[in-house]
Design a protein around this ligand. Structure first.
Ligand SMILES: NC(=O)c1ccc[n+]([C@@H]2O[C@H](COP(=O)([O-])OP(=O)(O)OC[C@H]3O[C@@H](n4cnc5c(N)ncnc54)[C@H](O)[C@@H]3O)[C@@H](O)[C@H]2O)c1
Length: 326
């Protein structure tokens, strides 16, 4: 019987309740030991969803200092991730953080280094990296099936018309649609291709909000490939496309309404081997903890994501292309 993993949750909002609680409940050897959220009603709704009362803390720091835990899940506004993850890692806890890991490349680098120093697992909850299609595409690209990478075009759309609260506050969100949903696109593209961004030139439009709603981000990569990652936040629904072109072929993804619809490899439907199964960031995280790290990779791609995001916002401010920090 595996040892029980006892979790502390920070941030009891929509995503923690709707995405993580069900995944936690799938594993009978994982339990929610306690929860933190400054808004008690949010914690109450989470416990109702979980079907059990657990100790509640208004202050995450007090929770981490008082409870005996194995790991922490963080699903709070973006600018809070860094302090919350830092405290948890310093208390020798494994940490799963929602995207983006932090809103600065300096903080992202510091967290990755801290996790390594403390020998703790740091998971950034990008679920696309656990889809069978994305996993297999990464494998094909690594094997050279589409040759040397030459160009990439991608976009994600969403309807931000009804968005309220912290997502529209630059201090809490660190940016708009590009920092938020765009982060999935940047992460999955960089994770699958392994491309290293070196220079960025971006345009953004806030559409009368305080944060970006639409963004066009052009990137030069090490080795000569070029690409564009775009986010359109004032459209009807979610739609997401990624086309990756190499010297020997291409892989083209289409996601719509949060589901993978088609993936074409050299214009033929992708045939995914049975050995590749969809999993989730949560399942992978529990597996690392139980196995002492089998299959764990430090989330270096999250640092590339932070660097691209930072360079994109700098480019908009400076109205010129900027080098990506190293
Ligand atoms: N992976 C995905 O597909 C996905 C989807 C949605 C959201 N997210 C991410 O999840 C995170 C939360 O988003 P959400 O949609 O659940 O937002 P939300 O507004 O529904 O929830 C945020 C919660 O954080 C709480 N909070 C605020 N300050 C806090 C603090 N100091 N300590 C602890 N909790 C605090 C709020 O009271 C609220 O309950 C973000 O990082 C977001 O980008 C990821």
């Amino acid at each position: 019987m595996p040892k029980k993993i006892r979790l502390g949750l920070i941030g009891c909002g929509g995503n923690m309740r709707g995405a993580h609680v069900p995944r936690i409940q799938e594993d009978r050897y994982v339990s929610i030991g306690c929860v933190a959220d400054p808004v008690e009603e949010q914690a109450n709704q989470l416990m109702e969803r979980y079907g059990k009362q657990v100790p509640y803390y208004a202050d995450f720091e007090q929770m981490i200092r008082s409870e005996d835990l194995d790991a922490i899940f963080i699903s709070s506004p973006h600018s809070m991730h860094y302090e919350q993850a830092r405290l948890a890692l310093n208390r020798e806890l494994h940490v799963l953080v929602e995207k983006p890991l932090t809103i600065s490349s300096r903080h992202t680098k510091a967290l990755i280094a801290l996790a390594e120093k403390k020998s703790r697992f740091l998971q950034v909850s990008y679920q696309r990296n656990y889809y069978a299609e994305h996993t297999y595409a990464r494998e094909l690209i690594r094997k050279g099936v589409i040759g040397e990478l030459r160009g990439m075009v991608s976009y994600v759309t969403q309807n931000w018309g009804g968005i309220r609260g912290w997502r529209l506050d630059p201090e809490l969100a660190g940016g708009g649609m590009f920092m938020d949903t765009g982060s999935h696109l940047v992460a999955s593209t960089l994770w699958m291709t392994g491309l290293e961004p070196v220079e960025v030139s971006a345009f953004m439009d806030n559409a009368d909000k305080k944060v970006d709603i639409n963004a066009v981000v052009n990137i030069k990569f090490k080795g000569g490939a070029v690409g564009t990652l775009n986010t359109f936040g004032n459209t009807l629904v979610h739609d997401e496309r990624i086309a990756i072109h190499g010297s020997k072929g291409c892989i083209v993804f289409h996601l719509h309404q949060w589901r993978v619809r088609d993936v074409l490899v050299n214009n033929e439907p992708m045939q995914i081997p049975a050995r590749i199964r969809e999993t989730s960031p949560d399942k992978a995280f529990f597996k690392w903890i139980r196995s002492g790290g089998k299959g764990y990779e430090t989330p270096d791609f999250a640092l590339q994501v932070a660097r691209v995001s930072e360079a994109a916002y700098k480019s908009v401010e400076a109205r010129k292309s900027v080098k990506v920090a190293r």
